[in-house]
Design a protein around this ligand. Structure first.
Ligand code: SIN
Ligand code: CO
Length: 372
């Protein structure tokens, strides 16, 4: 791993002392890094309807938020200062952004959300706010002044299209230049204002809310649950009130509902499917004329394979999950699959035992032949 990424800290020490706990400024985290995409190309990406983009204008008490896609003329109308374009999941469309994520492989893939890029003109900002997730803010081109605060007052301005802190009291500030990086745990107030034309790459981590998880788990249960039996009352006696729900009826229904149970395996199955499920905006590009299984096998065994940047492959014990689906591979396949999940690619000599599994993934656009 790149020694400079965490300012000389080992990943273990970073996790122990900073991760999810306190901010860390790292000067020159990625030496020579000056961004992955030119602003003009970013504006073009914001015109695609399969890419989530937002335009934020304003400062102080006045903010405006528009959602993409945006045409070139939308940008021509903008002032010279005080706006920011945010483009989400750039790692899905830019191989360099996917490669950037490999520097963060000391964190579990299951926690990763995406890489978002912001392009701001001088004065551009999204306002002082807190996020509910961990983020590494890596400066690309230009300079951004970051102010942070550990304040407890997280009250927001009323009636704003964005969550903007009502009273932001900065405690520390730095100007970040190309290759500098600021790590922020959740709930640290921050405000980043562009000093010049600048791009910032946010490597964001997902932290689902308990309610969101519970809701998704209940949906999963609904899809997988089978309960035998039906309400029965062979001992029914004439009721005093025909309109009343009897105690006996409630007791029987309570017992039926109490038969809904789950174990650690069910939780693992749900978690793997849930966390590997692509966001609704994700669409894969299957090959127009897919290779036959034999031709695919020959090529994969020459060049190796690589997951599509949009694919999510995770595992828990012997159970594997890809893009929301769960499967149990044969024991001879597991080591190579674990390697594919960890490194997102597999060298040619390791591909053979997986070919039957990988060809359908290739046909779905989930995986491709490694490039050179
Ligand atoms: C930005 O890049 O302008 C915003 C990133 C953030 O504050 O989370
Ligand atoms: Co933020």
């Amino acid at each position: 791993m790149l020694k400079t990424l965490l300012g000389g800290l080992s990943p273990a020490r970073f996790l122990r002392e900073y991760w999810h706990k306190r901010p860390l400024l790292i000067r020159n985290a990625l030496p020579g890094f000056a961004g992955l995409i030119a602003p003009a190309e970013l504006l073009q990406l914001a015109d695609r309807d399969d890419i989530e983009s937002r335009l934020i204008q304003g400062q102080g008490q006045h903010w405006r938020l528009d959602h993409g896609p945006f045409a070139a003329r939308d940008f021509r109308r903008l002032p010279k200062t005080d706006w920011t374009l945010l483009v989400q999941s750039i790692n899905h469309v830019l191989p360099e952004a996917d490669a950037l994520l490999r520097h963060f492989d000391f964190l579990p893939h299951a926690r990763l959300d995406d890489v978002m890029v912001s392009y701001a003109v001088p004065g551009g900002s999204v306002g002082p706010h807190v996020d509910s997730y961990d983020v590494f803010l890596l400066q690309g081109q230009g300079h951004r002044r970051w102010q942070i605060s550990l304040q407890e007052d997280l009250a927001l301005l009323d009636d704003m299209p964005l969550k903007i802190l009502r009273r932001f009291q900065p405690q520390e500030e730095w100007v970040l230049g190309p290759g500098d990086m600021l790590y922020l745990p959740p709930q640290v107030a921050h405000h980043g204002v562009a000093e010049d034309h600048c791009t910032t790459y946010s490597i964001g981590f997902r932290a689902p809310a308990a309610e969101e998880l519970a809701h998704a788990f209940l949906m999963h249960l609904q899809d997988t649950l089978t309960l035998e039996g039906r309400y029965a009352d062979p001992d029914l006696v004439v009721p005093r009130h025909a309109g009343e729900i009897s105690r006996a009826m409630l007791t029987q229904i309570e017992a039926m509902i109490a038969r809904i149970q789950w174990n650690t395996r069910d939780i693992a199955d749900f978690t793997g499917r849930y966390l590997s499920d692509p966001k609704p905006s994700v669409f894969f590009d299957p090959p127009d004329t897919p290779l036959s299984p034999a031709a695919f096998g020959k090529r994969a065994m020459q060049r190796g394979v690589a997951l599509d940047p949009r694919s999510r492959l995770l595992f828990s014990g012997t159970q594997f999950f890809i893009n929301g689906e769960s499967f149990s591979p044969a024991s001879a396949q597991r080591a190579a699959l674990r390697q594919l999940a960890d490194t997102r690619q597999l060298a040619a000599p390791r591909v053979q035992p997986l070919l039957a599994l990988l060809h359908p993934w290739y046909c779905a656009g989930w995986l491709g032949i490694a490039s050179a």
